[in-house]
Design a protein around this ligand. Structure first.
Ligand code: ADE
Length: 230
C-alpha cells in the first residue's frame, strides 16, 4: 500500500511534512513530491497549486509515476452549510464541478457526456474517518463538495451552488481529483476544514484561518493514514 496525500497549497502540506519520517524530495513536471513514511506506512505528499487543472496533473502523477494506490486530499474549504464553522471538518461523499456548464445543449449543470455530475468517494476511507472522529469526539460532517476554478466570495454564487448541487462546502480541486481517481480506479477521500463561509468576508477569513484550518485537516489525515488497513 502506498498512500498519496495531496493538498493544493504549501500551507496544506506543511503540517504533514513536519510529522512524517525519512523524507525524500524529488521534482517532476514543475512540482515537488515528498516520499516519506508515517507509522510504518509509505506515503507520497505533494501540493498541486490551486485549481482543477493543477490538481488533476498532481493526482495523475502521484498515481502513475509514484505508484500510489490510494489518495487522500487534505485542505480547506468555504462553508455552504450554515452549521459549518471555521475549523470544522467535512468529508465529501460526492464531488461535482460547479463551473462545468454545457446547459446550452440541454445537459444539467456539472455534466458532460460520458461523465457524471457527482463522483462518489471511497466508502471504506470515509468509514475510517468516521471511526476516528467518533473516537476523538470530533464533529465530522459528510456531504457534497462542489469544486470550481473560482474563489467564491459572494452570497448569490454560493446560494446558486447550494441550490443546484445540494453542496455543503466548496473549494477548487476536489472534483478534479475525483475524476482522475475514478478514471484510474484508485480509492480516494477528500477532507476539508472550513476556512471561510464563501461570502463577502471570505477573502479576509481565508487569509486569517488558512494555516490553522489546514493543520486541523492535516492532523486528521495522519490519523487516517495510521488507521487505514486496506
Ligand atoms: N477554498 C477555501 N475557501 C474557498 C472559497 N471561498 N472559494 C473557493 N475555494 C475555497
Amino acid at each position: 500500500m502506498k498512500i498519496a496525500i495531496m493538498g493544493a497549497m504549501p500551507e496544506e502540506i506543511e503540517p504533514l511534512l513536519s510529522r512524517v519520517e525519512n523524507v525524500r524530495k524529488s521534482e517532476y513536471a514543475a512540482n515537488t513530491y515528498y516520499e516519506a513514511q508515517y507509522k510504518g506506512k509509505e506515503v507520497v505528499i505533494a501540493y498541486s497549486k490551486i485549481g482543477k487543472v493543477f490538481a488533476a496533473i498532481t493526482a495523475t502523477i502521484l498515481i502513475e509515476k509514484f505508484g500510489c494506490d490510494r489518495l487522500l486530499f487534505s485542505g480547506v474549504a468555504g462553508a455552504i452549510d450554515p452549521d459549518l464553522e471555521i475549523g470544522d471538518l467535512i468529508i465529501a461523499d460526492g464531488l461535482c464541478q460547479h463551473d462545468l456548464d454545457i446547459t446550452a445543449f440541454g445537459h444539467p449543470h456539472g455534466y458532460v457526456p460520458e461523465g457524471e455530475v457527482c463522483i462518489t468517494s471511497d466508502v471504506y476511507l470515509r468509514d475510517v474517518a468516521k471511526k476516528i472522529a467518533a473516537q476523538k469526539g470530533l464533529p465530522l460532517k459528510e456531504g457534497v463538495i462542489a469544486t470550481g476554478d473560482q474563489f467564491v466570495a459572494n452570497h448569490e454564487k454560493k446560494s446558486w451552488i447550494a441550490e443546484i448541487f445540494n453542496a455543503h462546502a466548496l473549494e477548487m480541486e476536489g472534483a478534479s481529483v475525483a475524476v482522475v481517481c475514478n478514471a484510474l480506479n484508485i480509492p480516494f477521500f477528500i477532507l476539508r476544514a472550513i476556512s471561510d463561509s464563501a461570502d463577502m468576508d471570505a477573502g479576509f477569513d481565508f487569509d486569517t484561518f488558512l494555516e490553522s484550518s489546514a493543520k486541523v485537516s492535516a492532523d486528521f489525515i495522519l490519523d487516517m493514514v495510521e488507521a487505514i488497513e486496506h
